[in-house]
Design a protein around this ligand. Sequence first.
Ligand code: GDP
Length: 434
Amino acid sequence: QGAIAIVKVSGPAAKEIVQSIVKIPGQQLWSSHKILYGYAIDKNTNQKIDEVLILIMDGPRSFTGEDVIEIHCHGGLITVNQILEQILIQPNARRAFPGEFSQRAVLNGRLDITQAEAINDLIHAKSQKAAQLAMAGIDGDITQQINVIRGSLLDQLCEIEARIDFEEDLPKLNEKELLTNLFSIRTKLKSLILDAKQGSLIRHGIKVALVGRPNVGKSSLLNLLCKNQRAIVTDLPGTTRDLLHSEIILEGVPITVIDTAGIRETEHEIEQIGISLSQQTLITADVVVLIFDINKGWTSDDQKLLEDIPPKTTRLILGNKADLNITPTQIKPDAIISALSGEGEKEMVQALLKLCGANDIGSLEIALNQRQLDLVEKAVIAIDNLEEVAQQKLPWDFWTIDLREAIYKLGELTGEEISESLLDRIFSRFCIGK
Ligand code: GDP
Protein backbone atom coordinates (compact mmCIF):
# COMPACT_ATOMS: atom_id res chain seq x y z
CA GLN A 1 0.00 0.00 0.00
CA GLY A 2 1.07 3.53 -0.71
CA ALA A 3 -0.59 6.90 -1.21
CA ILE A 4 -0.47 6.63 -4.97
CA ALA A 5 0.47 4.02 -7.55
CA ILE A 6 1.33 4.43 -11.20
CA VAL A 7 0.25 2.01 -13.88
CA LYS A 8 2.40 2.51 -16.98
CA VAL A 9 1.37 1.47 -20.46
CA SER A 10 3.89 1.64 -23.29
CA GLY A 11 3.53 0.92 -27.01
CA PRO A 12 1.62 2.07 -30.06
CA ALA A 13 -1.77 1.06 -28.62
CA ALA A 14 -1.20 2.69 -25.22
CA LYS A 15 -3.58 5.59 -25.77
CA GLU A 16 -6.34 3.49 -27.26
CA ILE A 17 -6.11 0.99 -24.39
CA VAL A 18 -6.25 3.58 -21.65
CA GLN A 19 -8.97 5.59 -23.37
CA SER A 20 -11.20 2.55 -23.29
CA ILE A 21 -11.01 2.17 -19.51
CA VAL A 22 -11.30 5.78 -18.31
CA LYS A 23 -13.91 8.49 -18.29
CA ILE A 24 -12.56 12.02 -18.70
CA PRO A 25 -15.14 14.71 -17.95
CA GLY A 26 -15.36 18.01 -19.83
CA GLN A 27 -13.30 19.11 -22.79
CA GLN A 28 -9.87 17.75 -21.90
CA LEU A 29 -7.70 16.93 -24.90
CA TRP A 30 -5.54 13.80 -25.20
CA SER A 31 -2.47 15.73 -26.28
CA SER A 32 1.12 14.90 -25.45
CA HIS A 33 2.72 15.97 -22.19
CA LYS A 34 -0.61 16.95 -20.66
CA ILE A 35 -2.29 15.63 -17.54
CA LEU A 36 -5.96 14.71 -17.64
CA TYR A 37 -8.26 14.22 -14.67
CA GLY A 38 -10.89 11.53 -14.59
CA TYR A 39 -11.97 8.08 -13.46
CA ALA A 40 -10.87 4.56 -14.19
CA ILE A 41 -13.95 2.47 -14.86
CA ASP A 42 -14.87 -1.18 -15.00
CA LYS A 43 -15.79 -1.79 -18.66
CA ASN A 44 -18.36 -4.45 -17.84
CA THR A 45 -20.30 -2.74 -15.09
CA ASN A 46 -19.45 0.86 -16.01
CA GLN A 47 -18.70 1.46 -12.32
CA LYS A 48 -15.98 3.83 -11.16
CA ILE A 49 -12.87 2.02 -9.86
CA ASP A 50 -10.82 5.04 -8.80
CA GLU A 51 -10.25 8.74 -9.32
CA VAL A 52 -7.14 9.08 -11.49
CA LEU A 53 -4.74 11.40 -13.27
CA ILE A 54 -3.64 10.43 -16.76
CA LEU A 55 -0.21 11.53 -17.97
CA ILE A 56 0.27 11.40 -21.73
CA MET A 57 3.72 11.17 -23.32
CA ASP A 58 3.73 10.55 -27.05
CA GLY A 59 6.81 8.86 -28.48
CA PRO A 60 9.60 9.58 -28.99
CA ARG A 61 9.45 12.03 -26.06
CA SER A 62 8.96 9.37 -23.43
CA PHE A 63 11.11 7.07 -21.30
CA THR A 64 10.75 4.09 -23.64
CA GLY A 65 10.65 6.21 -26.80
CA GLU A 66 7.19 4.74 -27.51
CA ASP A 67 3.80 6.24 -26.70
CA VAL A 68 3.50 6.02 -22.92
CA ILE A 69 0.45 6.65 -20.79
CA GLU A 70 0.69 6.67 -17.02
CA ILE A 71 -2.35 6.21 -14.84
CA HIS A 72 -1.79 7.74 -11.42
CA CYS A 73 -4.28 6.12 -9.09
CA HIS A 74 -4.60 5.55 -5.34
CA GLY A 75 -2.14 3.07 -3.94
CA GLY A 76 -4.43 0.42 -2.47
CA LEU A 77 -3.91 -3.10 -3.74
CA ILE A 78 -7.52 -3.55 -4.82
CA THR A 79 -7.79 -0.49 -7.03
CA VAL A 80 -4.41 -1.03 -8.66
CA ASN A 81 -5.23 -4.63 -9.42
CA GLN A 82 -8.65 -3.73 -10.80
CA ILE A 83 -7.12 -1.17 -13.13
CA LEU A 84 -4.43 -3.63 -14.20
CA GLU A 85 -7.09 -6.24 -14.85
CA GLN A 86 -9.09 -3.85 -17.05
CA ILE A 87 -5.97 -3.21 -19.10
CA LEU A 88 -4.84 -6.82 -19.29
CA ILE A 89 -8.19 -8.17 -20.55
CA GLN A 90 -7.59 -6.24 -23.76
CA PRO A 91 -6.12 -8.38 -26.53
CA ASN A 92 -3.19 -6.10 -27.33
CA ALA A 93 -1.93 -5.69 -23.77
CA ARG A 94 0.24 -7.84 -21.55
CA ARG A 95 2.25 -7.44 -18.37
CA ALA A 96 5.74 -6.00 -18.77
CA PHE A 97 8.71 -8.26 -18.15
CA PRO A 98 11.20 -7.19 -15.48
CA GLY A 99 13.20 -4.25 -16.80
CA GLU A 100 11.27 -4.21 -20.08
CA PHE A 101 10.62 -0.46 -20.04
CA SER A 102 14.35 0.20 -19.68
CA GLN A 103 15.14 -2.42 -22.31
CA ARG A 104 12.80 -0.74 -24.79
CA ALA A 105 14.38 2.62 -23.93
CA VAL A 106 17.76 1.15 -24.85
CA LEU A 107 16.51 -0.53 -28.02
CA ASN A 108 14.87 2.73 -29.10
CA GLY A 109 18.05 4.69 -28.48
CA ARG A 110 16.67 6.75 -25.57
CA LEU A 111 19.32 5.43 -23.18
CA ASP A 112 22.47 3.44 -23.57
CA ILE A 113 22.97 0.30 -21.57
CA THR A 114 25.20 1.86 -18.90
CA GLN A 115 22.61 4.58 -18.28
CA ALA A 116 19.87 1.99 -17.87
CA GLU A 117 22.04 0.03 -15.47
CA ALA A 118 22.73 3.21 -13.53
CA ILE A 119 19.00 3.83 -13.08
CA ASN A 120 18.76 0.42 -11.46
CA ASP A 121 21.74 1.28 -9.26
CA LEU A 122 20.09 4.55 -8.23
CA ILE A 123 16.95 2.71 -7.18
CA HIS A 124 18.99 0.32 -5.04
CA ALA A 125 21.50 2.87 -3.72
CA LYS A 126 22.09 2.48 0.01
CA SER A 127 24.08 5.67 0.59
CA GLN A 128 24.31 9.19 -0.82
CA LYS A 129 27.66 8.39 -2.40
CA ALA A 130 26.21 5.31 -4.11
CA ALA A 131 23.37 7.47 -5.42
CA GLN A 132 25.83 10.10 -6.62
CA LEU A 133 27.83 7.47 -8.53
CA ALA A 134 24.62 6.15 -10.05
CA MET A 135 23.68 9.68 -11.17
CA ALA A 136 27.05 10.01 -12.91
CA GLY A 137 26.17 6.81 -14.78
CA ILE A 138 22.74 8.16 -15.71
CA ASP A 139 24.41 11.31 -17.04
CA GLY A 140 26.36 9.05 -19.40
CA ASP A 141 29.78 9.51 -17.76
CA ILE A 142 30.64 5.80 -17.95
CA THR A 143 29.91 5.52 -21.65
CA GLN A 144 31.71 8.78 -22.31
CA GLN A 145 34.91 7.66 -20.58
CA ILE A 146 34.85 4.22 -22.17
CA ASN A 147 34.19 5.71 -25.59
CA VAL A 148 37.27 7.91 -25.31
CA ILE A 149 39.39 4.86 -24.48
CA ARG A 150 37.75 2.73 -27.16
CA GLY A 151 38.29 5.55 -29.65
CA SER A 152 42.03 5.56 -28.92
CA LEU A 153 42.16 1.80 -29.45
CA LEU A 154 40.29 2.19 -32.75
CA ASP A 155 42.86 4.80 -33.85
CA GLN A 156 45.66 2.33 -33.17
CA LEU A 157 43.81 -0.40 -35.02
CA CYS A 158 43.38 1.88 -38.06
CA GLU A 159 47.09 2.60 -38.13
CA ILE A 160 47.94 -1.09 -38.05
CA GLU A 161 45.34 -2.15 -40.59
CA ALA A 162 46.51 0.53 -43.00
CA ARG A 163 50.00 -0.99 -42.80
CA ILE A 164 48.61 -4.44 -43.54
CA ASP A 165 46.83 -3.20 -46.65
CA PHE A 166 49.22 -0.51 -47.94
CA GLU A 167 52.56 -1.29 -46.34
CA GLU A 168 54.62 0.17 -49.21
CA ASP A 169 52.71 3.45 -49.53
CA LEU A 170 52.85 4.51 -45.89
CA PRO A 171 55.64 5.57 -43.55
CA LYS A 172 56.83 2.77 -41.31
CA LEU A 173 54.87 2.38 -38.10
CA ASN A 174 56.73 3.27 -34.94
CA GLU A 175 56.17 0.13 -32.93
CA LYS A 176 57.53 1.60 -29.73
CA GLU A 177 55.21 4.58 -29.86
CA LEU A 178 52.27 2.32 -30.60
CA LEU A 179 53.04 0.18 -27.56
CA THR A 180 53.44 3.25 -25.36
CA ASN A 181 49.99 4.41 -26.42
CA LEU A 182 48.51 1.00 -25.73
CA PHE A 183 50.11 0.83 -22.30
CA SER A 184 48.80 4.23 -21.33
CA ILE A 185 45.33 3.05 -22.34
CA ARG A 186 45.84 -0.06 -20.22
CA THR A 187 46.78 2.12 -17.24
CA LYS A 188 43.52 4.03 -17.61
CA LEU A 189 41.58 0.78 -17.73
CA LYS A 190 43.36 -0.49 -14.64
CA SER A 191 42.49 2.63 -12.73
CA LEU A 192 38.83 2.09 -13.69
CA ILE A 193 39.14 -1.43 -12.27
CA LEU A 194 40.44 -0.11 -8.95
CA ASP A 195 37.66 2.48 -8.80
CA ALA A 196 35.11 -0.21 -9.56
CA LYS A 197 36.31 -2.24 -6.60
CA GLN A 198 35.84 0.76 -4.30
CA GLY A 199 32.49 1.44 -5.94
CA SER A 200 31.40 -2.07 -5.15
CA LEU A 201 32.07 -1.48 -1.45
CA ILE A 202 29.97 1.68 -1.62
CA ARG A 203 27.21 -0.17 -3.43
CA HIS A 204 27.13 -3.40 -1.50
CA GLY A 205 28.55 -2.27 1.82
CA ILE A 206 30.86 -3.85 4.33
CA LYS A 207 29.99 -6.45 6.92
CA VAL A 208 31.57 -5.70 10.28
CA ALA A 209 31.38 -8.14 13.21
CA LEU A 210 31.80 -6.77 16.73
CA VAL A 211 33.39 -9.08 19.29
CA GLY A 212 34.44 -8.42 22.85
CA ARG A 213 33.96 -9.54 26.42
CA PRO A 214 30.83 -8.36 28.24
CA ASN A 215 30.97 -4.72 29.36
CA VAL A 216 33.88 -3.63 27.17
CA GLY A 217 31.50 -1.20 25.44
CA LYS A 218 30.20 -2.88 22.27
CA SER A 219 26.68 -1.47 22.60
CA SER A 220 28.05 1.92 23.56
CA LEU A 221 30.21 1.92 20.44
CA LEU A 222 27.31 0.96 18.23
CA ASN A 223 25.17 3.68 19.80
CA LEU A 224 27.89 6.24 19.26
CA LEU A 225 28.28 5.34 15.58
CA CYS A 226 24.53 5.28 14.99
CA LYS A 227 24.03 8.62 16.68
CA ASN A 228 26.86 10.51 15.03
CA GLN A 229 26.66 9.18 11.54
CA ARG A 230 23.16 10.57 10.96
CA ALA A 231 22.04 8.20 8.23
CA ILE A 232 21.03 5.15 10.22
CA VAL A 233 19.16 2.90 7.90
CA THR A 234 17.45 0.50 10.23
CA ASP A 235 17.60 -2.32 12.69
CA LEU A 236 16.37 -5.00 10.35
CA PRO A 237 13.21 -6.61 11.66
CA GLY A 238 12.47 -10.31 11.48
CA THR A 239 14.23 -13.27 12.96
CA THR A 240 16.32 -13.28 16.12
CA ARG A 241 19.34 -13.40 13.89
CA ASP A 242 18.38 -10.28 12.00
CA LEU A 243 17.83 -8.33 15.22
CA LEU A 244 21.56 -8.42 15.81
CA HIS A 245 22.26 -6.47 12.62
CA SER A 246 22.41 -2.70 12.51
CA GLU A 247 22.89 -0.80 9.31
CA ILE A 248 24.77 2.47 9.41
CA ILE A 249 26.55 4.65 6.88
CA LEU A 250 30.14 5.61 7.65
CA GLU A 251 31.53 8.32 5.36
CA GLY A 252 29.25 7.22 2.54
CA VAL A 253 29.91 3.51 2.92
CA PRO A 254 27.01 1.32 4.06
CA ILE A 255 28.08 -0.87 6.97
CA THR A 256 26.22 -3.79 8.45
CA VAL A 257 27.32 -4.23 12.05
CA ILE A 258 26.72 -7.61 13.63
CA ASP A 259 27.05 -7.88 17.38
CA THR A 260 28.23 -11.44 17.91
CA ALA A 261 27.72 -11.12 21.66
CA GLY A 262 24.04 -10.96 20.89
CA ILE A 263 24.37 -14.19 18.96
CA ARG A 264 26.08 -15.87 21.91
CA GLU A 265 23.28 -14.75 24.20
CA THR A 266 20.97 -17.07 22.31
CA GLU A 267 23.20 -19.99 23.26
CA HIS A 268 21.09 -20.83 26.29
CA GLU A 269 18.07 -21.54 24.18
CA ILE A 270 19.61 -22.93 21.05
CA GLU A 271 23.21 -23.36 21.93
CA GLN A 272 24.45 -25.06 18.80
CA ILE A 273 22.80 -22.63 16.43
CA GLY A 274 24.18 -19.73 18.46
CA ILE A 275 27.74 -20.98 18.32
CA SER A 276 27.72 -21.90 14.65
CA LEU A 277 26.08 -18.58 13.73
CA SER A 278 28.74 -16.75 15.64
CA GLN A 279 31.51 -18.69 13.87
CA GLN A 280 29.86 -18.23 10.52
CA THR A 281 29.61 -14.49 11.14
CA LEU A 282 33.31 -14.30 11.89
CA ILE A 283 34.10 -16.12 8.65
CA THR A 284 31.82 -14.12 6.38
CA ALA A 285 32.55 -10.71 7.91
CA ASP A 286 34.73 -8.33 5.88
CA VAL A 287 36.25 -7.08 9.14
CA VAL A 288 36.09 -8.26 12.72
CA VAL A 289 36.40 -5.48 15.30
CA LEU A 290 37.70 -6.86 18.59
CA ILE A 291 36.98 -4.44 21.41
CA PHE A 292 38.74 -4.62 24.75
CA ASP A 293 38.73 -2.44 27.84
CA ILE A 294 41.99 -0.51 27.73
CA ASN A 295 41.46 0.58 31.33
CA LYS A 296 41.52 -3.04 32.48
CA GLY A 297 44.24 -4.05 29.99
CA TRP A 298 44.50 -7.08 27.71
CA THR A 299 43.10 -10.17 29.47
CA SER A 300 43.35 -13.87 28.70
CA ASP A 301 39.69 -13.77 27.63
CA ASP A 302 40.56 -11.06 25.08
CA GLN A 303 43.40 -13.25 23.85
CA LYS A 304 41.00 -16.20 23.52
CA LEU A 305 38.58 -14.08 21.45
CA LEU A 306 41.45 -12.96 19.23
CA GLU A 307 42.44 -16.56 18.62
CA ASP A 308 38.83 -17.39 17.68
CA ILE A 309 38.96 -15.01 14.72
CA PRO A 310 39.60 -17.07 11.57
CA PRO A 311 43.16 -16.44 10.38
CA LYS A 312 42.15 -15.07 6.99
CA THR A 313 39.65 -12.55 8.34
CA THR A 314 40.72 -8.90 8.46
CA ARG A 315 40.63 -7.61 12.03
CA LEU A 316 40.80 -4.34 13.91
CA ILE A 317 41.77 -4.35 17.57
CA LEU A 318 40.08 -1.49 19.34
CA GLY A 319 40.92 -0.30 22.84
CA ASN A 320 37.87 1.31 24.44
CA LYS A 321 37.38 3.53 27.50
CA ALA A 322 40.31 5.79 26.61
CA ASP A 323 38.78 8.46 28.87
CA LEU A 324 39.85 6.37 31.89
CA ASN A 325 43.37 5.41 32.91
CA ILE A 326 45.11 3.55 30.14
CA THR A 327 46.79 0.34 31.27
CA PRO A 328 49.82 -0.58 29.18
CA THR A 329 49.16 -3.73 27.12
CA GLN A 330 51.45 -6.13 25.33
CA ILE A 331 49.16 -6.00 22.32
CA LYS A 332 49.11 -2.76 20.38
CA PRO A 333 45.57 -1.68 19.49
CA ASP A 334 44.92 -0.47 15.92
CA ALA A 335 42.79 2.32 17.32
CA ILE A 336 41.83 3.76 20.70
CA ILE A 337 38.46 5.24 21.43
CA SER A 338 36.14 6.35 24.16
CA ALA A 339 32.67 5.19 23.24
CA LEU A 340 31.46 7.38 26.10
CA SER A 341 33.00 10.71 25.04
CA GLY A 342 33.40 10.02 21.33
CA GLU A 343 37.13 10.73 21.47
CA GLY A 344 39.02 8.83 18.73
CA GLU A 345 35.87 8.01 16.75
CA LYS A 346 36.99 9.66 13.52
CA GLU A 347 40.36 7.89 13.58
CA MET A 348 38.67 4.57 14.26
CA VAL A 349 36.26 5.00 11.35
CA GLN A 350 39.17 5.92 9.07
CA ALA A 351 41.18 2.90 10.20
CA LEU A 352 38.20 0.62 9.61
CA LEU A 353 37.50 1.96 6.13
CA LYS A 354 41.17 1.84 5.20
CA LEU A 355 41.35 -1.82 6.18
CA CYS A 356 38.61 -2.54 3.64
CA GLY A 357 40.01 -0.26 0.95
CA ALA A 358 36.99 2.02 1.27
CA ASN A 359 38.75 5.18 2.44
CA ASP A 360 39.05 8.31 0.28
CA ILE A 361 35.92 7.58 -1.68
CA GLY A 362 35.06 11.26 -1.96
CA SER A 363 37.04 11.68 -5.16
CA LEU A 364 35.50 8.67 -6.87
CA GLU A 365 33.60 9.88 -9.94
CA ILE A 366 32.41 6.78 -11.71
CA ALA A 367 32.24 3.17 -10.67
CA LEU A 368 31.63 0.30 -13.06
CA ASN A 369 29.30 -2.47 -12.01
CA GLN A 370 30.29 -6.15 -12.05
CA ARG A 371 29.30 -6.71 -15.69
CA GLN A 372 31.22 -3.66 -16.84
CA LEU A 373 34.18 -4.54 -14.63
CA ASP A 374 34.41 -8.06 -16.12
CA LEU A 375 34.56 -6.57 -19.62
CA VAL A 376 37.26 -4.04 -18.72
CA GLU A 377 39.29 -6.83 -17.16
CA LYS A 378 38.99 -8.79 -20.42
CA ALA A 379 40.10 -5.75 -22.39
CA VAL A 380 43.17 -5.48 -20.15
CA ILE A 381 43.97 -9.17 -20.74
CA ALA A 382 43.73 -8.56 -24.50
CA ILE A 383 46.26 -5.72 -24.22
CA ASP A 384 48.50 -7.97 -22.08
CA ASN A 385 48.38 -10.52 -24.91
CA LEU A 386 49.26 -7.81 -27.37
CA GLU A 387 52.36 -7.07 -25.38
CA GLU A 388 53.42 -10.67 -25.81
CA VAL A 389 52.70 -10.57 -29.53
CA ALA A 390 54.96 -7.51 -29.76
CA GLN A 391 57.70 -9.22 -27.79
CA GLN A 392 57.58 -12.21 -30.12
CA LYS A 393 57.86 -9.84 -33.10
CA LEU A 394 54.82 -11.37 -34.78
CA PRO A 395 53.40 -9.73 -37.92
CA TRP A 396 50.81 -6.92 -37.76
CA ASP A 397 47.92 -9.33 -38.42
CA PHE A 398 48.46 -10.85 -35.01
CA TRP A 399 48.32 -7.46 -33.34
CA THR A 400 44.88 -6.79 -34.76
CA ILE A 401 43.37 -9.92 -33.19
CA ASP A 402 43.91 -8.81 -29.59
CA LEU A 403 43.26 -5.18 -30.36
CA ARG A 404 39.91 -6.06 -31.90
CA GLU A 405 39.10 -8.18 -28.85
CA ALA A 406 39.78 -5.24 -26.49
CA ILE A 407 37.69 -2.92 -28.68
CA TYR A 408 34.88 -5.45 -28.82
CA LYS A 409 34.77 -5.89 -25.04
CA LEU A 410 34.55 -2.14 -24.48
CA GLY A 411 31.82 -1.95 -27.14
CA GLU A 412 29.93 -4.62 -25.25
CA LEU A 413 30.27 -2.51 -22.11
CA THR A 414 28.61 0.54 -23.66
CA GLY A 415 26.11 -1.52 -25.62
CA GLU A 416 27.59 -0.66 -28.99
CA GLU A 417 28.22 -4.35 -29.60
CA ILE A 418 25.64 -6.27 -27.72
CA SER A 419 23.34 -9.13 -28.64
CA GLU A 420 19.64 -9.25 -27.88
CA SER A 421 20.04 -12.31 -25.66
CA LEU A 422 22.63 -10.50 -23.59
CA LEU A 423 20.25 -7.55 -23.25
CA ASP A 424 17.53 -9.94 -22.08
CA ARG A 425 19.87 -11.29 -19.45
CA ILE A 426 20.86 -7.86 -18.18
CA PHE A 427 17.33 -6.54 -17.94
CA SER A 428 15.86 -9.67 -16.37
CA ARG A 429 17.59 -8.58 -13.18
CA PHE A 430 15.66 -5.31 -13.09
CA CYS A 431 12.41 -4.97 -11.18
CA ILE A 432 9.06 -5.18 -12.91
CA GLY A 433 7.85 -1.77 -14.01
CA LYS A 434 11.33 -0.32 -14.44
P1 GDP B 1 28.90 -4.31 26.12
O1 GDP B 1 28.46 -5.30 27.11
O2 GDP B 1 30.20 -4.67 25.53
O3 GDP B 1 27.87 -4.02 25.07
O4 GDP B 1 29.17 -2.95 26.92
P2 GDP B 1 28.27 -1.66 27.13
O5 GDP B 1 28.29 -0.82 25.93
O6 GDP B 1 26.93 -2.10 27.63
O7 GDP B 1 29.09 -0.91 28.25
C1 GDP B 1 29.34 -1.45 29.52
C2 GDP B 1 29.59 -0.34 30.52
O8 GDP B 1 30.77 0.38 30.16
C3 GDP B 1 28.48 0.71 30.55
O9 GDP B 1 28.30 1.10 31.89
C4 GDP B 1 29.05 1.85 29.74
O10 GDP B 1 28.54 3.10 30.11
C5 GDP B 1 30.52 1.75 30.02
N1 GDP B 1 31.32 2.28 28.92
C6 GDP B 1 31.24 1.94 27.63
N2 GDP B 1 32.15 2.63 26.91
C7 GDP B 1 32.84 3.42 27.79
C8 GDP B 1 33.89 4.38 27.66
O11 GDP B 1 34.44 4.67 26.57
N3 GDP B 1 34.33 4.96 28.79
C9 GDP B 1 33.78 4.71 30.00
N4 GDP B 1 34.26 5.35 31.04
N5 GDP B 1 32.77 3.83 30.15
C10 GDP B 1 32.31 3.19 29.08
